[in-house]
Ligand binder design. Structure first.
Ligand code: GRF
Length: 208
């Protein structure tokens, strides 16, 4: 990851939903010692609380909907261009419910991270908490990973575990995962910003 010395790392965050992970990052960035600054928030849909949170915090936003483009490839290239306009050092997908494509990864591969509400490599995809519950695991959690072309398959930066309780529903389990996920995201993005990191094969290491 390229770092500009003595400057907070510039971060673009992409969201699709309620944006509680984004909110945790917004609050962390208020402390100059955190080492990162959110320069823009992007979304793939309108009228979401994630965008409203960014607007309330005075952070510029942009929206690019897949349906407004002829092809998925064109959307991917437009998304890459919209992010590149902010020249971020790190891109954080925080509940962004789309797979980024080859143009995006060509520009940002190795410095785009995503958070997934399961302990990878278990339960990739859109239904991590539901599948963990259905499988009957006693421990699940969340994973922050460096995005690659697969579905939740990239090199793991951090994980946090969450016990499954006997009477959990998908909703109660996902809510508890999200509490742990937000703490992991803030702690890890802060370290990535302050220390830098290196990806070698599947191993991700902080530089400090
Ligand atoms: C998070 O659990 C994320 O991992 C999953 O969707 C949730 C998004 O939550 N993909 P929020 O929009 O940050 O509140």
């Amino acid at each position: 990851m390229r770092r500009v010395p003595d400057e907070p790392a510039s971060v673009v965050v992409l969201v699709s939903g309620s944006g509680t992970n984004l909110q945790a990052l917004i609050e962390a960035c208020r402390d100059p010692a955190f080492g990162a600054r959110i320069v823009a928030v992007g979304a793939d849909r309108d009228d979401i609380e994630g965008l409203a949170r960014a607007e309330r915090a005075g952070i510029p936003t942009f929206t690019l909907k897949v349906g407004d483009f002829e092809t998925r490839e064109e959307w991917d290239a437009a998304l890459a261009g919209a992010v590149a306009a902010w020249d971020p050092e790190l891109v954080v997908l925080a509940g962004f419910m789309k797979l980024v494509g080859p143009v995006f990864l060509g520009l940002y591969g190795g410095r785009v991270v995503n958070t997934h509400p399961a302990l990878s490599p278990s339960f990739p995809g859109m239904h991590g908490p539901e599948e963990a519950l259905a499988y009957g695991v006693k421990v699940t959690g969340a994973t922050l990973f460096v995005v690659d072309p697969g579905v939740d398959t990239g090199p793991i930066v951090a994980q946090t575990s969450v016990p499954v309780e006997d009477y959990d529903t998908v909703e109660t389990l996902h809510e508890r995962i999200k509490v742990a996920e937000r703490a992991m995201l803030v702690e890890t993005v802060g370290r990535m910003a302050r220390e830098g990191f290196t990806v070698e094969g599947r191993r991700v290491r902080f530089n400090a």
